[in-house]
Design a protein around this ligand. Structure first.
Ligand code: AMP
Ligand code: ZN
Length: 469
């Protein structure tokens, strides 16, 4: 398996730190509002990475934080006249609902910044003791960026170029920094803001320190994968490396994975330009599973354009898979009971080739676009190589292949099926009986009732077939 590593700018062979285990940290959202569909991209992408590792038999420890103390949260709290905690708790709950809709499984652990302050104080103290941090006159603690020799290694930036870029800040020089590149680890409280006591001043942490601390606490000093959107490469992840590696004296993460941005109508998402959607808004129009499928239709390192046409295409693609599984379920009802035939064994071997193709795509830096293409080939194969003549064993195995590949992508191809099936089948049986008794009024009534439930009937020579519309 190969993974593109932002750190080395190359695809590298996957090798876990501990055999059979994956330690993975994904930077989560700042919770001051509903998450937008851009925020959903890393969630969906890295949930899929996790699912693939699990499919391969790894035990994945997946940690993703919620930043629940931040300027934006405080601003929102002041606007609403409530405390910051009310805002962050509300939007964490809402974010979890959106994640569920997107089939993003809960992390092994979702730490909250406000619950990890002790760990942050400890790490900051160590950095001060090691000379990597200093306290300014007002109690602000800064990281001494130049002291960390490898600063810039992730974003491939030269520290002197950065210095030039920061000249303006340096000239103003009002914040007690020794150097313009230094960043905040701890800052003094402002009136009306949440704060914690510390040896340096009453205040709150800077943003970057929380991830270094949480990753260490829940995954250890060395982790396999650290991930997030590409906007986090600099400065957030660069600063996390500086903090963790200076504090622990060990390489922080082996693989750094970053997803490209999601744009709307080929433009950067922005509130002011009005091209901005929350996951919640979208969920009112489209099944979020379609959005998930759409997000995976492109490779995670390619920019992805969100447009009604592309979402519609994903909806149709998903429908093809669901219909194919439904057809297999229908055939299974009437399939043959005998032993699987040699010809069927051969067909399963052919179908397995598409599974191999899918795996090869996933193992080439999680190329979900190609993996989905292989899944479609399998679906097509199933549509043309399954009939009422086949044994149930064969049909079941074929269906299982499709479902397993869907599961890795977080797609439920049999969604709602379980609860709907029995009801639909019962109504169809009643309709067949009504027709036999020449009670056509009742038969029509049942057809309309099913239509309202989104089920369309088709009378065929093989019996009544139904599909979701
Ligand atoms: P934030 O709440 O801004 O820290 O973002 C949470 C996560 O969403 C981070 O991993 C960001 O990189 C990611 N993200 C934000 N906007 C987008 C976007 N338009 N496309 C893809 N990822 C994004
Ligand atoms: Zn982070």
């Amino acid at each position: 398996m190969k993974i593109y590593n932002t750190l080395t700018k190359s695809k590298q062979e996957w090798k876990p730190l501990e055999p059979g285990k994956v330690k993975m940290y994904v930077c989560g959202p700042t919770v001051y509002n509903y998450i937008h569909i851009g925020n959903a991209r890393p969630m969906v992408v890295f949930d899929t990475v996790r699912r693939y590792f699990e499919y391969k038999g790894y035990q994945v420890n997946y940690v993703s934080n919620f930043t629940d103390v931040d300027d934006k949260i405080i601003k929102r709290a002041i606007e609403e006249g409530v405390d910051a905690d009310t805002i962050s708790k509300r939007y964490i709950a809402e974010c979890k609902k959106d994640m569920e809709g997107l089939h993003v499984r809960p992390a092994t652990k979702h730490p909250l910044a406000t619950e990890e302050i002790d760990g942050m104080l400890e790490m900051i103290q160590t950095l001060i003791e090691k000379g990597y941090a200093y306290v300014a006159a007002d109690g602000t603690v800064y990281y001494r960026t130049r002291k960390f020799q490898e600063y810039g290694k992730l974003s491939h930036k030269n520290i002197d170029d950065l210095q030039a870029g920061h000249r303006e800040i340096q000239v103003t020089g009002s914040d007690g920094k020794e150097d313009a590149l230094d960043f905040v680890l701890w800052k003094p409280k402002k009136e009306g803001e949440p704060y914690w006591t510390s040896p340096w001043c009453d205040g709150r942490p800077g943003w970057h320190i929380e991830c270094s601390v949480m990753a260490k606490k829940y995954l250890g000093e060395e982790i396999d994968i650290h991930a997030g959107g590409e906007d986090l490469i600099f400065p957030h992840h660069e600063n996390e490396i500086a903090q963790s590696e200076a504090c622990n004296g060990k390489t922080f993460a082996v693989y750094w994975m970053h997803n490209a941005f999601l744009n709307i109508d080929n433009k950067k998402m922005s509130k002011s330009a009005g091209n901005f959607f929350t996951v919640r808004e979208i969920s009112e129009k489209v099944d979020l599973q379609v959005i998930r499928f759409f997000m995976l239709s492109a490779h995670y390192r390619s920019p992805l354009n969100f447009s009604a046409d592309l979402v519609e295409a994903s909806k149709n693609g998903l429908e093809r898979i669901v219909t194919s599984v439904e057809h297999l379920n229908y055939l299974l009802e009437n399939g043959q009971n005998g032993k699987i035939t040699a010809e069927e064994e051969q067909m399963l071997a052919e179908a397995e080739e598409f599974v191999k193709k899918y795996e090869a795509a996933m193992e080439d830096d999680f190329n979900t676009a190609d993996a989905i293409a292989a899944l479609f080939e399998l679906v097509k194969y199933s549509n043309t190589h399954a009939s009422g003549e086949n044994t149930k064993t064969y049909l079941k195995k074929l269906k299982e292949k499709i479902l397993v590949l869907c599961e890795i992508l977080g797609i439920e191809a049999e969604k709602e099926q379980d609860c709907l099936d029995a009801e639909v089948e019962a109504l169809i049986a009643e309709r067949t009986a009504a027709k036999k008794e020449k009670n056509f009024a009742r038969a029509d009534e049942i057809r309309s009732q099913l239509l309202e439930m989104g089920i369309e009937l088709k009378d065929t020579r093989e019996g009544v077939q139904w599909k979701r519309i």
